[in-house]
Design a protein around this ligand. Structure first.
Ligand code: NAI
Length: 319
């Protein structure tokens, strides 16, 4: 099998002036893509702006013989970033939503501005930029989109309530875009990175920080954005030269009543709690239809008295 190339493809990477975004932009360019290097060039808390960050990465790409253009818009004006791609290169094929800031504070100390700015950059920025790119993907029946989530979103992290909420919001956004884009060969996946950057330099222990080069994650993102990759709607975690899919599981659970005419009491729930929360027999449900389908099967089983498909005898609540 040959090398995976991006010749003729136009790739937009937001927040590409540093850290992970820079590593993505350099890799795409080295594989033949024309790259829009977007970066507002502000501080890590979302303050200020500068053309320096984007310009330095464009220069680096050009020095290496690649093709790139700088864009200094904030992702909240994602339509302008997509316009930069169209004006300069005539198309857009890949969008990596990567720009990000932090405003870490414990829950009681988060101001409205800390909440709103973090949501604006991560969640609204990814929405605006993807929404602007989507008509092009639809028309050309080709597109690849990456959302950037975080373990802080999936598992929570002290002092990051605003960031966690926005990052998990991106998982929901990606799941729906994956469905809406599927028939147009437009796929959307989520990357969950852990990498050394200015966002993590004072969070990660120094010896770990040195092992977490963004360049070790960039190939995972590039593969997900290649036309040969058919992955859609997945969450892929990557760090330190490792990658693995992360998925949401659901327990087989428990019926809380034995007849359709019965009500459910709080005590029924208490008495079945171990079974409700036992994930040893859990499954990954790929679609909303799988999720509601399993519920409907249980309901049908309850009506016909057999306890429901996929629910064994012992799962049925005994009064
Ligand atoms: P970074 O601070 O080095 O890079 C983020 C870039 O986004 C900066 O160059 C910044 O100027 C730019 N940016 C910020 N607000 C912008 C806006 N409104 N419009 C355009 N550009 C903007 O940080 P890093 O670590 O490379 O982060 C990249 C993404 O990965 C972020 O979304 C971050 O939340 C996420 N992430 C990073 C992790 C890590 O371990 N480094 C862990 C989990 C998620």
């Amino acid at each position: 099998m040959g090398d995976l190339r991006f010749d003729g493809r136009v790739v937009v990477v937001t927040g590409a002036g540093a850290g992970l975004g820079r590593a993505y932009a350099l890799l795409f360019a080295s594989r033949g893509a024309k790259v829009v290097v977007n970066d507002l060039g502000g501080g890590r808390h979302g303050d200020g702006s500068s053309s320096k960050a984007a310009d330095s990465v464009v220069e680096e790409i050009k020095r290496n013989g690649g093709s790139a253009v700088a864009d200094y818009n904030s992702v909240v004006e994602g339509d302008k970033i997509v316009k930069t791609a169209i004006d300069n290169f005539g198309r857009i094929d890949v969008l990596v939503n990567n720009a990000g800031i932090l405003r870490d504070k414990s829950l009681v100390n988060i101001s409205d501005q800390d909440w709103d700015l973090v949501h604006a950059v991560h969640l609204k920025g990814s929405f605006k930029t993807t929404q602007a790119a989507f008509p092009y993907f639809k028309k050309q029946k080709y597109g690849r989109v990456i959302m950037t989530s975080s373990n802080a979103g999936i598992y929570g992290n002290f002092g990051q309530a605003n960031y966690s909420a926005a990052k998990m919001g991106l998982v929901g956004l990606a799941s729906t875009i994956a469905i809406e884009g599927n028939k147009y060969n437009t796929f959307c996946n989520v990357i969950v990175p852990t990498a050394a950057s200015r966002l993590t330099e004072d969070i990660l222990p120094p010896d770990l920080y040195n092992e977490l080069r963004p360049e070790l994650i960039a190939p995972v993102v590039a593969y997900l954005c290649h036309e040969s990759c058919q992955e859609n709607g997945s969450i892929i975690e990557s760090a330190a030269g490792w990658a693995g899919r992360c998925a949401i599981i659901r327990a087989n659970g428990s019926l809380l009543r034995s007849r359709i005419a019965d009500d459910v009491s709080v005590e029924n729930v208490r008495d079945r709690w171990t079974k409700i929360t036992d994930v040893s027999d859990s499954q990954i449900l790929g679609t909303i239809q799988d999720a509601t389908g399993a519920l409907m099967a249980s309901l049908e089983g309850l009506k016909s008295g057999d306890g429901g498909a996929g629910v064994d005898e012992s799962d049925i609540y005994q009064f």
